[in-house]
Design a protein around this ligand. Structure first.
Ligand code: UDX
Ligand code: UDX
Length: 439
């Protein structure tokens, strides 16, 4: 089948590569010339090695191609996936401008074509967007009717950056939402080779499943942060507490790791967007408001720990390790490193930062601080360091690295080090939710 993916981001490329691997002919359309060029040379516009290897294989065998001619790509395809971004506006509401723009182009191509096509909404949009915004635009600009002349589905994604390909090939579940039985059946058929649980539902429920899932993940993280903050003040190590909590099968062990809060392109945005949508409908969500508040306070927890060890941070050299929103990626969207660095600068600390992959992206957000070319250079002469992202290389920090510091003080913002090992290596250990010993 000929499949067109609109949007060469994480979601679009993971979806495109997945369908390519299933044997379909894939065209990825994007308005960004640089991204298109990169995809056509077999390179991803972001760091995700397993996905890049498969992309290169598909590009080399002409099974996947990228283009800036969105309309042409849509005209040629049988199924069109909308995977454009839906970023947050300052109100928390999502910006559906890119979705609307993509829909207008798709509609023009639908209008010209005699063959029935299927349009699948994959971008994350608040409940009712597909039937009250996407569908009317597609119908108005094509002169055709959804359900009769073209199919329309909502098919949210659940992939995590860092495991985008695996999560696309082996998703925890596939949700197919449609108010049109034929379209729903056709999309279910397309996913047949993927042996995951499949749920068929209506458009609005499919949209809501994505928000309900991501806000639950955010809830688990913020709950862990609250427990950790309390454990620290009670003189308890939250790690053993949360491990024991996670052994209850009703709770589960994942997403119970305390830290500097959740970042990334989805969790912060989705919490704010659902809260905004609920308030538009007259419902004020206290839980979602609390998630935002807890998340906002977490970077300060680590600064407080550093101050406990160092006193005033004025003039102190503070090394920030990890600038990506989590270890293993180069993505800095909503990274907790940004509020952390801003707070440190507000306290007149001299900040020096390092990240194995995300430095180039972070420099665009914060050009004014110093950047180090390696972990060792970042730590050299530092009065303390804060680990902001759980990169595997930070887990190996030991005597050699700590001995470079003026004062070997480690604030583990992601609980990725073993406190005892750090202490044996001659450094003082402070961790989020670590209420033992010298804290
Ligand atoms: C995804 C989802 O689509 C979003 O809804 C979800 O909430 C987060 O993850 P992502 O793949 O990370 O977004 O987005 P991004 O990396 O920004 O890529 C989107 C691409 O769409 C960009 O390359 C942009 O140039 C392209 N685009 C946007 C178009 O080609 N046409 C448009 O009209 C708008
Ligand atoms: C998330 C969802 O997991 C995924 O299902 C959805 O489709 C997109 O959004 P991703 O953005 O890749 O994926 O990030 P994720 O791995 O969920 O982590 C989000 C943030 O939460 C990171 O900043 C991470 O450091 C933090 N986190 C995660 C914690 O603080 N504790 C945890 O236990 C887990």
């Amino acid at each position: 089948m000929k499949i067109c993916i609109i949007g060469a981001g994480y979601v679009g490329l993971a979806t495109g590569v997945m369908f390519g691997k299933l044997g379909h002919e894939v065209v990825v359309a994007d308005i960004d010339k640089i991204r298109v060029k990169s995809v056509n040379s077999g390179s991803l516009p972001f760091y995700e090695p397993p996905l890049e290897r498969e992309l290169r294989r598909l590009v080399d065998s002409d099974q996947l191609v990228a283009t800036t001619d969105v309309q042409d790509a849509v005209e040629d395809a049988q199924v069109i996936f909308i995977c454009v971004q839906t970023p947050s506006l300052t109100s928390g509401r999502i910006d559906i401008g890119p979705v609307k723009a993509a829909c207008k182009i798709i509609a023009k191509a639908l209008g010209k074509s005699n063959r029935r096509k299927m349009v699948v909404m994959k971008s994350t949009v608040v409940p009712s967007t597909t039937d009250s915004v996407v569908k009317p635009i597609l119908e108005r600009y094509s002169g055709k009717k959804a359900g009769k002349d073209f199919g329309l589905c909502m098919n949210p994604e659940f992939l995590q950056e860092g495991s985008a390909l695996k999560d696309s090939m082996e998703p925890s579940r596939i949700v197919v939402g449609s108010d049109d039985k034929r379209a729903s059946r056709e999309l279910m058929d397309l996913y047949r080779p993927i042996k995951s649980k499949k749920i068929q539902t209506d458009l609005r429920s499919a949209e809501m499943i994505k928000y309900a899932s991501n806000t639950f993940l955010a809830t688990k993280i913020s709950y862990s942060n609250e427990i950790a903050n309390m454990c620290l003040r009670f003189g308890i190590d939250s790690q053993s507490v949360l491990e024991a909590v996670g052994m209850d099968p009703r709770i589960g062990p994942l997403f119970l790791k305390p830290g500097l809060g959740f970042g990334g392109s989805c969790l912060p945005k989705d919490v704010k967007a659902l809260k905004d949508k609920a308030s538009q409908e007259g419902y004020s969500s206290k839980l979602l408001a609390a998630l935002v508040a807890i998340n906002n306070q977490q970077p300060s927890e680590s600064v407080r720990l550093l101050e406990k060890a160092l006193g005033s941070l004025e003039g102190k050299r503070v090394a920030v390790l990890g600038l990506a929103f989590k270890g293993g990626v180069d993505d800095t969207r909503e990274t907790r490193a940004l509020p952390l660095v801003i707070e440190l600068l507000g306290k007149r600390a001299q900040v020096i930062a390092f990240d194995p992959m995300a430095m180039a992206n972070f420099i665009k957000l914060m050009p004014s601080i110093r950047y180090a070319p390696s972990i060792a250079e970042c730590l050299r002469d530092a009065d303390g360091c804060i680990i902001q992202a759980d990169w595997p290389e930070f887990k190996k920090l030991g005597k050699k690295e700590f001995s470079l510091m003026r004062r070997p003080i480690v604030v583990d913002g992601r609980r990725c080090l073993d406190p005892e090992k750090v202490k044996r290596a001659g450094a003082r250990y402070f961790g989020i939710g670590y209420g033992l010993a010298e804290q």
